[in-house]
Design a protein around this ligand. Structure first.
Ligand code: ZN
Length: 132
C-alpha cells in the first residue's frame, strides 16, 4: 500500500523499518512483525498495512546496565507502544525516564543505528520519542 504522503526517505527504508505490517484480507487481523499466514483464521491472503507513526505508550522499562554498544545512549529505555491495532517494542529516545508515563502520546522517528565504517553503510531503524 503506497501513500502519496509518505516522504521519499521513508520509502527507501525497508518495509520492516517503515513499520509496514500485514493485514489478513479475510478476518482483518493485523500482524507486526509481518507473518505469511494468519494465525487467527489460517488465511494466506495478507496485504501490506502501514502502521500509524503515532501511538500511545503502553509500558516501558529503563535499563541502566546495558551492553557496550549502547554505552553512549545510557540509560537505555525500551518501550511498548500501541500503533493502531498492534503493540510494537522499541527504544525510546529524547525522553527523561522519570517523566515517562503509560498512556502518553508517542511518535515514531528513524535514527541511525549502525555505521559500517568500511563500506560507509548506514543502517536505520525506528525508535520512539514522546510527542512534543
Ligand atoms: Zn485471518
Amino acid at each position: 500500500m503506497e501513500h502519496e504522503s509518505v516522504p521519499l526517505y521513508w520509502r527507501n527504508i525497508p518495509a520492516y523499518y517503515r513499520l509496514v505490517a500485514k493485514r489478513c484480507r479475510k478476518c482483518g487481523e493485523v500482524y507486526y512483525p509481518p507473518v505469511v499466514k494468519c494465525a487467527k483464521c489460517g488465511s494466506a491472503e495478507l496485504e501490506d498495512y502501514q502502521l500509524p507513526h503515532e501511538g500511545e505508550l503502553v509500558e516501558f522499562t529503563v535499563l541502566r546496565s546495558v551492553p557496550t554498544d549502547f554505552l553512549k545512549q545510557k540509560p537505555l529505555v525500551i518501550g511498548l507502544v500501541k500503533l493502531g491495532p498492534v503493540k510494537v517494542l522499541g527504544q525510546i529516545v529524547d525522553a527523561v525516564p522519570e517523566k515517562l508515563k503509560p498512556g502518553q502520546r508517542m511518535e515514531v522517528v528513524f535514527r541511525r543505528v549502525v555505521v559500517d565504517g568500511k563500506y560507509g553503510l548506514v543502517m536505520y531503524g525506528y525508535k520512539f520519542r514522546p510527542r512534543p
